[in-house]
Design a protein around this ligand. Structure first.
Ligand code: ZN
Length: 244
């Protein structure tokens, strides 16, 4: 069985469409596992929710998903994110709101725990350091944990001595799943932040047990033109070109 691991679409329809095309070209998947933040920042929140719902998938809630339906206060957001979030809320249909409302914060799938931020704090905590990842290994029972939120493709590995190691998750290098416990981030579809502006996602193949990361070129201009048209903050528009 093959599963797509996708995260942080952030209302970027051009990027999401390109990733779906890439998945099809690679033979398709049984199901998509979405790690939250379907909306926020980008120009197509309603269209991205609709498109996701046309595919067999599971999805957990991210901080932007909750903020868009007022389940989370905007006081913790930076001004640009808050502006985009207020605009996002106005674009959602009642069905979109009900869908975002229904998303759980944690899903267990076979050997995987799916959360948006971290297993300790599913909505808010960023896993960017070895020290925070190390502590988080005690907060989930499965062998593997899949996270989004930081928008940086990463692999944290628990070491037997109780420590933890980090490595970037590069594309085209298959990650063979052995006995180690791992926390894996597939990067972001709609707003990559690792200096590579291409959309990022992964495919888990259960036979052999391997996860492979893919980067996908998409029409960044098309997304930026729409963002400008909707008066979304210029900093959010420009960052897509550089991938930060
Ligand atoms: Zn995000």
């Amino acid at each position: 069985m093959r599963y797509a691991i996708i995260a942080d679409i952030h209302a970027n329809l051009a990027a999401f469409t390109a990733v779906l095309g890439d998945i099809e070209r690679r033979g398709g998947v049984t199901e998509m596992w979405c790690l939250g933040d379907v909306v926020g920042y980008g120009p197509d929140p309603h269209q991205c929710i609709e498109l996701l719902r046309q595919h067999k998938h599971v999805c957990i809630a991210g901080n932007h998903d909750w903020a868009a339906i007022s389940k989370l206060s905007l006081s913790e957001f930076n001004p640009d994110a808050a502006t985009a979030c207020r605009w996002t809320a106005e674009q959602l249909s009642p069905e979109d709101v009900a869908y975002l409302e229904s998303l759980p914060t944690v899903i267990e799938k076979d050997n995987f725990t799916l959360v948006h931020g971290s297993p300790r704090e599913p909505i808010w905590e960023y896993l960017l350091s070895v020290s925070s990842a190390k502590e988080n290994f005690t907060y989930f029972k499965s062998q593997f944990c899949l996270v989004g939120h930081s928008h940086v493709p990463s692999i944290f590995k628990q070491i037997e001595s109780g420590g933890c190691s980090f490595s970037p998750f590069f594309d085209y290098v298959g990650l063979i799943l052995g006995k180690s416990r791992l926390i894996i981030n597939p990067g972001s579809i709609g707003q990559p932040r690792d200096g590579d502006p291409r959309a990022s996602y992964a495919i888990f193949d259960s036979e052999p047990r391997m996860i492979r990361l893919y980067r996908v070129v998409y029409d960044i201009d098309a997304t930026q033109v729409k963002m400008v048209k909707h008066n979304l903050p210029v900093r959010l528009v420009s960052r897509l070109s550089q991938g930060w």
